[in-house]
Design a protein. Structure first.
Length: 259
């Protein structure tokens, strides 16, 4: 199955946008035009269980991304990942290093991430709400947790819509169709040598700030940026500023590669 996706722009370089676990490909509405105007061919997709992509079989998200690039005839791309999408980007880069030219990781997860006691308790609270059929409460818990102080009501409404849809799709899927963890190790991550932007928000939960610390030390060509205004979803909190950050990083990464 080919992931549902959009294409924008033309140019010699391809950029793939991977959404967070509370969103779908619509989270990139504020960055897609700017990246296309900067001369990139931009692909944004819905991972399986999100947006317009159903859960129809056992799957590995990173291999779904590989299959999408194969379908589009893309040999190599820069990959931008937000949160869960960042973890998928890292798994893809670790397993298919020749196919990634750069990584931009926004409040990224990491393969093998172990939640803190606080985040585990938060997850238990979310599970209890879902088990009790309190979908609206679980949605609001996510909206309140993952959007920082800069998010406007339109961003909150969009996350509300995206997260509710993801819950509905995933809760309806057979348990045996769940995702397969590819088992990427820290040693594999340490061999990812492409330019990598590691950006994290000052208002994000501590777990993801700790992940940014770890990635900044683990990835050989990482550049760490702290966003003093951001929560967990900078692409939705300050869309224009996040677009400029990505365009500037990719411009620098490609210029370095060409020289």
């Amino acid at each position: 199955m080919t992931l549902s996706h959009d294409l924008a722009g033309q140019g010699p370089s391809t950029v793939v946008l991977l959404h967070s676990g509370v969103c779908d490909r619509r989270m990139w509405d504020g960055q897609l035009p700017a990246l296309a105007e900067a001369g990139h061919r931009v692909v944004r997709c819905d991972l399986r269980g999100f947006g317009d992509t159903p859960v129809d079989a056992r799957h590995t998200h990173a291999e779904d991304v590989r299959d999408l690039l194969d379908h589009l005839g893309v040999d190599r791309a820069a990959v931008v990942g937000s949160s869960f999408g960042g973890r998928v980007a890292l798994e893809f880069a670790a397993r298919h290093p020749g196919r990634v030219s750069a990584l931009a990781l926004l409040a990224s997860g990491i393969p093998g991430m172990q939640p803190s006691e606080e985040l585990r308790a938060w997850g238990d609270r979310e599970d209890a709400m879902l088990d009790a059929g309190h979908l609206d409460a679980a949605v609001e818990l996510n909206v309140d947790t993952w959007l920082g102080p800069e998010a406007d009501e339109a961003a909150r409404a969009l996350v509300r819509e995206m997260q509710r849809h993801a819950f509905e799709v995933q809760l309806a899927a057979p348990e045996e169709f769940g995702p397969v963890d590819p088992g990427v190790t820290p040693d594999e991550l340490a061999r990812i040598e492409v330019p990598a932007l590691v950006a994290v928000g000052a208002h994000d939960v501590p777990d993801f700030r700790a992940v940014a610390d770890r990635l900044a030390g683990l990835l050989p060509a990482a550049r760490r940026i702290d966003l003093d205004w951001a929560g967990h979803l900078p692409a939705l909190e300050r869309p224009d500023e996040t677009a400029r950050l990505l365009v500037d990083f990719l411009t620098e990464a490609y210029a370095a590669a060409w020289h």
